[in-house]
Ligand binder design. Structure first.
Ligand code: MN
Length: 328
């Protein structure tokens, strides 16, 4: 989806390294629109901006869309990233300028690669009553920042067990619990939904070069004996080859991971770049491309526009006054 904050901060995202589990609490961000659906954002934030290449995590719902209005995000641009949509409930209609028009459904990976530039729209469908899910962004490494725009879909099988309590998992990126996603990524990544009955202890063999994040959607867990509450993101630094999850209640979590990204990025609005100048350039290019565009208009520009979209594209907010100095 789009970051629809009216005056988004520009963030320089570098590496930090705590010793043990770090609990990241969400902040509420209204997505915009007439009734302003709100999301819980755990990445990026001051305390941590990246988990592997994962650079953005919005978690939302369960929302009664008759109250919140659901998701209604007109065409907006992205650069330098991939978006991962993962739903627990509801359906989101996706249209992008690479020519893909898809329904995003629960338990299925929808991975959009912006490469050097894409635009897309995202709207919950008319038959959606409860909307519940997450959207994550993956920063593209230097060697893949300018690849072609594309969109991939993968419905991972459910793997399950009853060894130390009942659990089930869907691995949408990377490998875990004997299940491997066929989706190729530009840096090593892990992404999985895990469901644990209360009392279940699940031992996960993981890559020790990865750092990990445990987002608790429902319930509460201990991650290597440290508590992570509902809606929190527990961060685990690299150096462990096993993560033990203990469910304090019936719980559903998203587990993300990857080796520390190792590149400094600059994120502003819906753009990922390497410098303030990149962001200025991307913003100017988008504004130039959408000037005078109405709903449904096509574009031959570098971002392009989704075909037949019912709304006009979103203009970018104003840039921050302060020029961001690199750090890290
Ligand atoms: Mn988006």
């Amino acid at each position: 989806m789009s970051n629809t904050e009216t005056s988004p901060d520009e963030m320089v995202c570098g590496a930090e390294a705590p010793a043990g589990l770090q609990v990241l609490t969400p902040r509420d961000v209204p997505l915009g629109g007439p009734r302003a659906m709100t999301v819980r954002r755990t990445l990026p934030q001051r305390e941590r901006s990246l988990v592997g290449a994962w650079c953005f995590l919005d978690h939302y719902g369960p929302d009664d869309v008759s109250e919140t209005g659901g998701m209604d995000v007109p065409p907006h641009p992205h650069t330098g990233l991939q978006t991962v949509s993962w739903l627990f409930s509801g359906t989101v209609e996706h249209r992008d300028s690479a020519g893909f028009h898809a329904d995003v459904r629960p338990g299925e990976l929808n991975l959009m690669t912006s490469g050097r530039g894409i635009s897309h729209s995202e709207r919950s469908t008319a038959d959606t009553t409860v909307l519940h899910g997450a959207q994550l962004w993956v920063a593209l490494p230097q060697h893949a920042r300018f690849v072609d725009k594309t969109f991939e879909h993968y419905a991972p099988p459910t793997v399950d067990g009853t060894d130390h309590g009942r659990w089930a998992a869907q691995v949408f990126l990377g490998s875990l619990l004997g299940s491997t996603s066929p989706v190729v990524t530009h840096t090593p990544l892990l992404g999985a939904e895990l469901r644990l009955d209360r009392g279940t202890v699940l031992e996960l063999d993981v890559d020790p070069t990865f750092e990990h994040g445990v987002l608790v959607d429902t319930g509460a867990v201990l991650a290597d004996a440290d508590p992570v509450a509902k809606d929190e993101l527990g961060y685990l630094p690299p150096g462990r080859d096993r993560i033990t999850l203990r469910a304090m209640r019936d719980s559903r979590v998203l587990l993300i991971g990857g080796p520390p990204f190792g590149e400094q990025i600059v994120m502003w609005w819906n753009f990922v770049g390497r410098s303030h100048d990149d962001v200025v350039e991307y913003r100017a290019a988008w504004q130039a491309e959408i000037e005078g565009k109405q709903a449904g208009d096509a574009s031959e520009g570098p971002f392009g526009l989704p075909a037949g979209d019912p709304e006009a594209p979103l203009p970018a907010p104003a840039l921050p006054n302060a020029r961001i100095r690199p750090r890290g």
